[in-house]
Design a protein. Structure first.
Length: 680
């Protein structure tokens, strides 16, 4: 299906939908969603019959909420579109939804909590020592789009002590750019191994002091120490890890500094030379000398509005900033190979999150880019470091209605445990968030409604997202952090809010998802203006925690306190010379507990953020940790028997298990440590 649609779409430049669904030329619809939905635009509009998801959306979910607990919410019937974006086009939204309130008349995005139920996350921000740092991006009124998008967060073990540390990117202000105030600083929270963290960004030399957005982590010089790339409005940073707790910015010498507005980035060895190459997404070309003010010449005298209220302009109507692919020359410099590699961003789409991952698990990275309010990119690696543009043919460019979405975050995960990698994309409010099911053969289908992750997400503006197995039952669950881009929403009865609570969906055996209730006083009830989020095992206890970088706010650290007693195993991969040393874009299939689970080593994801690179597998009640089939970036395949559960193993390509951690301490190496075997 995907391939057929694609050919037509590419030839005609149209979004092609299924029978009975919207058929709107992409650009025509992009120009005015209102016109399209009222049938006054392109002239050939058919309204979508949106499937109705099961009742009991946000606030009820898993069915374990206490009766009469205040989380109930009327089932949302898809309504006639009510949204006007004004002439600027603004942001791609879906069909305007009726405002949703909880029983206390709070917008569902800030309410919808229940009195009792399972406690999954505890907000330990203060206890952990993170509340002394604050993110800042522009002024609270958000006059310009450059002030609205927030920043990413990375979980990395920068000092190689076996414990994850937290890097929080900060924004800036126009006044700071003009030298009129001190620029906000990024934080590097070193893990103290006792549940607390200490900000060492200044000593480490990674405060950035520029207008920061995205972050990715990759050991680009293969010295065994993770390096950090930060995408800025202004010149980027390539923080090389000096192996002594400090970093040196080498972006200019490396040739990756660029200069206008970079957002997400991703690392992967695209051409198989054993070195990590770098993809950098560009968003809007933001011209300080020609500020996009509503009603002025800079925006073609357009009015920038949202539901009839003045808001900042963009991204639609503003010039885009192109993406770049840089080849790692192995001497600390990079060469721009964007055009040669076949990934030229000719239309300069509004790129946010970029991801490199080997979709078919052959170790050769493909490239995904979530574009805001424009079609997403999916570039398939031809095996030689050049790419085929499969954006339309794969079905990844648009949603099921043939409509572009305001893509923010990308989560990658095999939620069915069938070996095929699926993707979940967060987007704007009034629109459902999209689950792209992998049909095999580089073809994807939007199954959001069928899978139960569509309807309850509509009132939320979604950002950082991740497939995490929070309860270690072996099935990947889904987390997303939320927050609106327009502070003005709090002054109106629109059923949405600037600060929003996160959403967690439980994976019910790979068939569908159900919303986990937000129990009062717990992490899921924390209402914050979320943006970046990163996922990882911060405390080496086998439970995946979440760090949220909230705009103009203190961060949020949600510790996973799920009461399950399931087993787990984590795997850290180290590549041999033909693979990048940090094994980025390796794939592991773990056969255990009667399942075959998949995890991929990624340098970036979520919303312009970077997750724990160690692969985490929930084992349920199984006490046999099973066998790992490792597909290295070099192309080598090996199988390794995992000796015991509840441990974090380090596996070296061609060698096998070299170390194990139990509760963060070195365990006795298993007697007769199993060696890697070449897989058939
Ligand atoms: Ca550490
Ligand atoms: Ca390094
Ligand atoms: Ca699970």
């Amino acid at each position: 299906m995907g391939r057929i649609r694609s050919v037509i779409a590419m030839v005609l430049g149209l979004a092609v939908a299924f029978p009975g669904q919207v058929v709107v030329p992409v650009k025509a619809q992009a120009a005015s969603s209102q016109a399209a939905t009222e049938g006054t635009g392109s002239g050939k509009v058919v309204l979508v019959a949106t499937p109705v998801e099961r009742a009991g959306a946000a606030g009820t979910g898993a069915g374990t909420a206490a009766p009469g607990s205040g989380g109930a919410q009327a089932a949302q019937e898809p309504e006639k579109p009510a949204q006007s974006q004004g002439n600027m086009g603004g942001i791609a939204g879906g069909l305007g939804a009726k405002p949703v309130y909880d029983e206390q008349k709070r917008p569902i995005t800030a309410g919808g909590t229940v009195d009792s139920g399972p406690v999954i996350f505890e907000d330990i921000t203060v206890k952990a020592g993170l509340s002394g740092w604050k993110h800042k991006m522009g002024v609270p009124e958000k006059k310009f789009i450059v002030e609205t998008n927030g920043s990413g967060v990375a979980l990395l073990d920068y000092d190689n002590d076996g414990w994850l540390d937290i890097y929080l990117v900060n924004g800036s202000t126009l006044a700071a750019l003009d030298g009129k105030e001190t620029p906000p600083k990024a934080a590097l929270f070193r893990n103290n191994h006792d549940g607390t963290f200490t900000d060492v960004a200044a000593q480490a030399g990674v405060t950035n002091d520029r207008w920061g957005y995205g972050v990715s982590v990759g050991d680009y010089d293969n010295d065994g120490w993770p390096d950090i790339f930060v995408g800025n409005y202004g010149k980027n940073r390539l923080y090389h890890n000096n192996r002594d707790g400090t970093f040196t910015d080498r972006a200019e010498q490396a040739g990756v500094a660029l200069g206008n507005w970079s957002t997400g980035s991703a690392w992967g060895d695209v051409d198989g030379d054993g070195r990590l190459d770098l993809y950098v997404a560009g968003y809007v070309h933001f011209d300080r000398d020609n500020l996009p003010v509503s009603g002025t010449k800079s925006v073609g005298y357009s009015h920038c509005g949202y539901r009839g209220v003045d808001v900042n302009c963009g991204p639609r109507g503003l010039p885009g900033e192109p993406d770049h692919l840089f080849h790692n020359n192995g001497d600390g410099t990079f060469t721009d190979i964007t055009v040669k590699a076949g990934v030229e961003d000719k239309e300069k789409y509004f790129g946010l999150t970029a991801m490199m991952v080997s979709i078919n698990g052959n170790g050769k990275p493909d490239i995904l880019v979530g574009n805001d309010s424009e079609p997403n990119y999916l570039y398939a690696n031809k095996g030689n470091g050049t790419f085929e543009d499969d954006s339309y043919s794969s079905g990844f460019a648009l949603n099921k209605d043939g409509r572009e979405i305001a893509s923010m975050g990308i989560a990658a995960g095999d939620y069915e445990n069938n070996g095929l990698l699926d993707f979940f994309i967060t987007d704007f409010g009034d629109d459902y968030k999209v689950l792209y099911h992998n049909d095999g053969d580089m073809s994807f289908t939007d199954v959001s409604y069928k899978a139960g992750v569509a309807q309850s997400t509509i009132p939320f503006v979604g950002w950082g997202d991740g497939f995490i197995d929070y309860d270690n039952d072996g099935w990947l669950d889904l987390f997303m952090t939320n927050g609106h881009v327009y502070p003005q929403v709090d002054q109106h009865e629109w059923g949405t809010s600037w600060a929003e609570r996160p959403l967690l969906f439980h994976n019910d055996g790979g068939k569908s998802f159900s919303l986990v209730p937000a129990v009062k006083g717990t992490g899921l009830a924390v209402v914050t203006p979320g943006r970046g989020a990163a996922f990882g095992d911060l405390f080496n206890d086998g439970k995946i925690d979440v760090v949220i970088n909230a705009i103009d706010h203190t961060p949020v650290l949600l510790r996973n306190v799920s009461p399950d007693h399931h087993h787990w195993v984590e795997i850290r991969l180290v590549g041999d010379v033909k693979s990048p040393r940090d094994a980025t874009c390796a794939t592991v299939y773990l056969k255990a507990n009667g399942m075959r689970m998949r995890q991929d080593v990624l340098s970036s994801g979520s919303y312009i953020s970077s997750n724990d690179r160690r692969l985490h597998f929930g084992l349920g009640d199984a006490t046999d940790a099973g066998t790992a089939e490792i597909h290295w970036p070099s192309g080598a395949k090996e199988t390794v028997k995992i000796p015991a559960e509840d441990r974090i193993y380090s596996i070296v390509e061609g060698v096998g298990i070299v170390a194990a951690l139990c509760g963060g301490e070195n365990c006795d190496a298993p007697k007769e440590a199993p060696k890697a075997k070449k897989a058939k």
